[in-house]
Write a protein that binds this ligand. Structure first.
Ligand code: NAD
Length: 375
C-alpha cells in the first residue's frame, strides 16, 4: 500500500505528517510513502528529513495518482478529489460547515474521512485533531494578546513602582479555553472564565482561575460533551454578566463555540466601547462569526483603542508542533485502518471509522454531517 502526504500551499504552514511519523508507517509495513516536494518546508521539516526516514519525494500530481491513502490538512480541489475515485483521503475538512466539499467528495467516489468530527469518546482522544489544534490555539492566543497589550501580564514590585497584574477573561472553557487559562496563569495574570457547561467550572477552578457563573444554562447529555444553543433569556443575562467582567478586563480570549452553528455573541459592540483603551480581544471563534459583535475573521479591528483580533487558525502559526500533533492524530487513526501487514482494513462496525466518514460510495456515514448536509 502507498500512503501520500500533500502539501498545504501558501495558506497553511502545517503539514499532515512529519518525518518522524514516517517511521511509524514503515514499522506497520506500509510499502511506499510519497511526500509532495516542499510539503513540510514551512513547518521547518525539510524534504531531506522525509527522505532520510524512508519516504520518496515527488510532485503533487504523482502523490494523488500513486497513493492509495492520501493525507492532507485542508480540503483539496474538486478536480483533485475526482482523481481519488476508489481511494482514501484523510484530513480535517470542516464538513459541518463546508457542505460544498462534502458534496464534491460524495460525487468523486473517494472515501473521505474528516478527523474533526470524530466521536468524543476516550478511545478517540488520541485522534482528535480539534483538541490538539485547540491546545495550540489557546496557548498562542494568550501570547498574541500579551504582545499586543501595552502592559505586563504579571505583577511587578520594582524600585520604579508597583505594576498590577493584567486581568484576563476567557470565554468558553473547552480545550482551547483551558489552555488559554493555564498559559495566562503561567504568565502571572489574574484570570476569570465562563462556560455554559457546569463540568467546566471545576476545571476552571482547578487551574486557579475564577469562574463567572450564569445560572440556568441548558445542557444536553446527548450532545456528546458539546455545548448546545442557549435560550434568549439566558443569552441576555449572560451578556450582562460578561459585560461587567469585560469592562474591567485587559484581555479577553474568546473560544465559545457550538459545532456546526454560528458562534454565540457574548460581547456586544457596546461592551467593547466600555473597555479600557489598549485592551485586546482575541477571537478564536472568528470563522463562525466570532463571540464579539465587531470581530472580523482574519483581520484586526480597532474600536476606541481596543484591538479585536479575529483568527480561527492560530494553530497554523505554530506549524512545527501543530504538525507534530496533527500527524500523531492521523497515525493513531491509520492504526485502526491498516493491519499489521500494511494492508487496508476498513471495519465499518468501528464507530471511529463510521464517525469520521463523510463520503463512501456516495453515502455520508457520519450522522451529524448527514443531518446538516442532507437536511
Ligand atoms: P468547543 O470548541 O466545541 O467549544 C468551546 C467551549 O465553548 C466549550 O467548553 C463550550 O461549552 C463553550 N461554549 C459554547 N457556548 C458557550 C456560551 N454561550 N457561553 C460560554 N461558553 C460556551 O469545545 P471543546 O474544546 O471541543 O470541548 C468541549 C468538551 O468536550 C470539553 O469537556 C472537552 O474536555 C470535551 N472533549 C472530549 C474529547 C473526547 O472525549 N474525545 C475530546 C475533546 C474534547
Amino acid at each position: 500500500m502507498t500512503v501520500g502526504i500533500l502539501g498545504e500551499g501558501s495558506a497553511d504552514k502545517r503539514v499532515a505528517l512529519t518525518p518522524d511519523h514516517i517511521a511509524l508507517l514503515t514499522s506497520r509495513k506500509v510499502e511506499k510513502i510519497l511526500v509532495e516536494k516542499n510539503a513540510g518546508i514551512h513547518a521547518s521539516y525539510p524534504d531531506q528529513d522525509y527522505v532520510n526516514k524512508g519516504a520518496k519525494l515527488t510532485d503533487r500530481d504523482d502523490v494523488i495518482k500513486e497513493s492509495d491513502v492520501v493525507l492532507a490538512i485542508n480540503p483539496i480541489s474538486h478536480s483533485e478529489l475526482n482523481r481519488l475515485k476508489g481511494k482514501i483521503l484523510i484530513g480535517g475538512f470542516n464538513p459541518l460547515i463546508n457542505h460544498v466539499f462534502v458534496k464534491e467528495a460524495l460525487q468523486s467516489g473517494a472515501s473521505v474521512f474528516s478527523l474533526d468530527v470524530i466521536p468524543r469518546t476516550s478511545r478517540a482522544q488520541a485522534m482528535d485533531i480539534l483538541s490538539s489544534m485547540a491546545t495550540v490555539a489557546g496557548y498562542k492566543a494568550v501570547l498574541l494578546a500579551a504582545t499586543h497589550l501595552p502592559r505586563f501580564f504579571p505583577m511587578f514590585m520594582t524600585a520604579a513602582g508597583t505594576i498590577t497584574p493584567s486581568k484576563v477573561v476567557v470565554l468558553g472553557a473547552g480545550v482551547a479555553g483551558l489552555q488559554a487559562i493555564s498559559t495566562a496563569k503561567r504568565l502571572g495574570a489574574v484570570v476569570e472564565a465562563s462556560d455554559v457547561r457546569l463540568a467546566a467550572k471545576e476545571e476552571v477552578l482547578s487551574l486557579g482561575a475564577k469562574f463567572i457563573e450564569v445560572e440556568g444554562a441548558t445542557e444536553d447529555k446527548s450532545a456528546g460533551g458539546y455545548a448546545v444553543e442557549q435560550s434568549e433569556d439566558f443569552k441576555k443575562r449572560q451578556q450582562e454578566k460578561v459585560q461587567e467582567h469585560a469592562a474591567k478586563a485587559d484581555v479577553i480570549i474568546c473560544t465559545a463555540q457550538i459545532p456546526g452553528r454560528k458562534a454565540p455573541i457574548l460581547i456586544s459592540k457596546e461592551t467593547v466601547e466600555k473597555m479600557k483603551p489598549g485592551s485586546v480581544i482575541i477571537d478564536l471563534a472568528a470563522s463562525t462569526g466570532g463571540n464579539c459583535e465587531v470581530t472580523q475573521n482574519g483581520t484586526t479591528v480597532n474600536v476606541n483603542g481596543v484591538s479585536i483580533i479575529g483568527d480561527s487558525n492560530l494553530a497554523a502559526t505554530m506549524p512545527y508542533d501543530a504538525s507534530k500533533m496533527f500527524g500523531k492524530n492521523i497515525i493513531n487513526f491509520l492504526k485502526i485502518m491498516i493491519d499489521n501487514e500494511g494492508k487496508l482494513n476498513l471495519n465499518w462496525e468501528d464507530d471511529l471509522i463510521t464517525g469520521t466518514c463523510i463520503a463512501h460510495e456516495g453515502e455520508i456515514k457520519n450522522e451529524r454531517v448527514k443531518k446538516v448536509v442532507e437536511g
